[in-house]
Design a protein around this ligand. Structure first.
Ligand SMILES: Nc1ncnc2c1ncn2[C@@H]1O[C@H](COP(=O)(O)OP(=O)(O)OP(=O)(O)O)[C@@H](O)[C@H]1O
Ligand SMILES: [Mg+2]
Length: 116
């Protein structure tokens, strides 16, 4: 995605914001959601990134958004994940963030970065 956006002439600052957000959501899908799918769509004015998993879902999204909240297992913590900073980091970098999550069905994280 990074290379494609650069090639399209998106500014490095906006590419960076999109890349950070996508990275955090992807890692979450892998660590908490058992893996998933990424769908990226680009228009002249923005990039929309959807990360979709069929994992356990997020029971309390407001709680999940709180900096420092994490349910990461020890195996993930051993690799340096689990600070509870991924979702706050996404929020900080994107222009819109929507989390659609249902218990036992999965989670879809939709993020948009405007090319300002
Ligand atoms: N795709 C997901 N499926 C299920 N739960 C999730 C998902 N994404 C986030 N969560 C829940 O939200 C919590 C907070 O996520 P966040 O990314 O902020 O922190 P983290 O992944 O635990 O740690 P870090 O991102 O700092 O390594 C997670 O610990 C988990 O409980
Ligand atoms: Mg995370």
């Amino acid at each position: 995605m990074k290379k494609s956006l650069m090639r399209l002439g998106v500014s490095p600052a906006n590419v960076k914001r999109a890349a950070i957000a996508m990275y955090e959501a992807e890692i979450n899908a892998v660590i908490h959601g058992g893996g998933g799918v990424a769908v990226v769509s680009v228009s002249p004015t923005e990039v929309k990134i959807e990360i979709i998993d069929q994992g356990p879902g997020i029971p309390d999204i407001d709680q999940a958004m709180v900096a420092g909240f994490s349910t990461a297992p020890d195996t993930a913590r051993e690799m340096g994940f689990g600070a509870g900073m991924g979702l706050p980091n996404i929020k900080k970098n994107v222009d819109s963030l929507n989390i659609d999550s249902k218990p036992a069905v999965g989670t879809t994280v939709t993020m948009t970065v405007h090319f300002n």
